[in-house]
Design a protein around this ligand. Structure first.
Ligand SMILES: [Zn+2]
Length: 136
């Protein structure tokens, strides 16, 4: 890995559907067939009722900004300052990501602002889901 590249996720059997999805331009979550809980991160059983009857579903890609910190130190692959955000997906689960196409300032990053997913291809296997202010 080049020193100037961000840390690269390593897909596992449990997360393969997620990385296959981002590569195809889809944000994939899992939904429990027993209790209908939608959840993230990926795991082979429902975090609410422990059922192993779970399905993969495509999320809308819509989200709101739940929380963030602005990081000021140099980290490989990032130009400070940049926001490390927790976004809340329209389907309910929260996800850590970065906010792009937006100044990385408290003035621009308003809590609860509407966001939409964008897909940032790292290489042939990994495409990262990032979020930007919603356009509509
Ligand atoms: Zn369940």
């Amino acid at each position: 890995m080049a020193d100037d590249q961000r840390a690269r996720p390593q897909p596992t059997p449990e997360t393969k559907h997620f990385w296959d999805g981002t590569r195809a331009g889809e944000l994939r979550l899992q939904k429990c067939d027993a209790c209908a809980k939608v959840y993230f991160p990926p795991r082979p059983f429902c975090p609410a009722c422990s059922s192993r009857e779970v399905s993969v579903m495509a999320a809308s890609g819509k989200a709101t900004l739940h929380s963030y910190v602005i990081h000021h130190r140099k980290v490989p692959g990032f130009t400070p300052p940049y926001a490390i955000a927790v976004v809340e997906l329209a389907e309910g689960p929260r996800m850590m990501s970065n906010i792009v196409d937006c100044p990385q300032t408290p003035e621009a990053l308003e809590l609860d602002m509407r966001l939409e997913v964008v897909f940032d291809k790292m290489d042939d296997e990994i495409t990262l889901p990032l979020f930007r202010p919603a356009k509509d």
